[in-house]
Design a protein around this ligand. Structure first.
Ligand SMILES: [Zn+2]
Length: 278
């Protein structure tokens, strides 16, 4: 009998303090609200969330998918890494799941503290997930065979450009309020269905560091709208931010292997990643 190892449980660094996040979650009534903004169909918003604060992504008027991207507010090279997070936390975002940055940081950036509609075990419900990336004009044209009129990529870029980020800075994101299944045993492909989220449903994330967050209202609406026809069936998302009064738990530093590196590879010196001049 083959023995399978859970990569998250195998990781000795990963000792999630569930009691801490339970305290954060249950202190909700004492949170101080900082902001509340409605993101309309066809748009995105970028905003700063200080560490120890939370942001909520709320279904304003019915089922609506959102794409959420985030960066370290002080070093925008550090951003969410979907594949790394998938390997450590799973594909589904659930309460107390942590979203990690990529190398050389590899640490929690946000932790989910609340999800108002949690699927019953085995039931097909909508689930936020980390692996579907975001829709782009190019992908929509591949899916529908017609020119896209809006996309999450465009919305996310319009959200972060006022904060100084460019297209090359936008990589992975979390998808919220989406009904998704990753159970394909042959190819591991993902499948989508219409979201069953209701008005008022929300998912909430605790900021483990100062963050720049971008939210897009996906032109796929509940997952079934046609983004080549316009914004029919696309609903707004409300974003609320809160001061929780909790300091994030410290994350232990990783031992840096670079000083002992004897290889010949060298980090590119130029901004655009081109090889350094000899
Ligand atoms: Zn989208």
């Amino acid at each position: 009998m083959q023995e399978w190892q859970n990569l998250t449980e195998k990781n000795p660094r990963y000792k999630l303090d569930e009691a801490f996040y339970e305290r954060v979650r249950t202190a909700k009534a004492r949170y101080k609200q900082l902001d509340s903004v409605v993101v309309p169909p066809g748009e995105g918003r970028g905003f700063v969330v200080r560490k120890g604060c939370t942001f909520r992504v709320i279904e304003e008027s019915g089922p609506q998918i959102g794409s959420i991207a985030f960066w370290n507010a002080h070093d925008r090279r550090e951003t969410f890494k979907a594949a790394r997070t998938w390997a450590h936390e799973g594909a589904y975002v659930r309460p107390f799941a942590q979203m990690l940055s990529g190398e050389p940081w590899v640490r929690p950036m946000i932790t989910c503290v609340e999800q108002t509609s949690v699927p019953e075990p085995g039931a097909e419900a909508y689930r936020p997930h980390t692996i579907g990336t975001h829709c782009s004009h190019e992908i929509i044209e591949m899916w529908f065979g017609r020119r896209a009129r809006n996309s999450c990529r465009r919305n996310l870029l319009s959200a972060v450009e006022p904060h100084g980020l460019k297209e090359a800075d936008l990589h992975d994101n979390v998808n919220v309020h989406q009904k998704v299944n990753v159970g394909d045993p042959v190819h591991g492909r993902i499948a989508l269905a219409a979201s069953e989220a209701r008005a008022g449903d929300y998912i909430e994330f605790f900021a483990e560091m100062d963050l720049l967050v971008a939210v897009s209202v996906c032109p796929l609406g509940d997952g079934t709208a046609d983004p080549t026809r316009g914004l029919a069936g696309v609903r707004p998302l409300r974003i609320e931010t809160f001061e929780t009064g909790f300091e994030p738990k410290p994350w232990p530093p990783t031992h840096d292997w670079r000083p002992a590196w004897k290889g010949r590879w060298a980090r590119p010196e130029t901004e655009d990643g081109a090889a350094p001049k000899k």
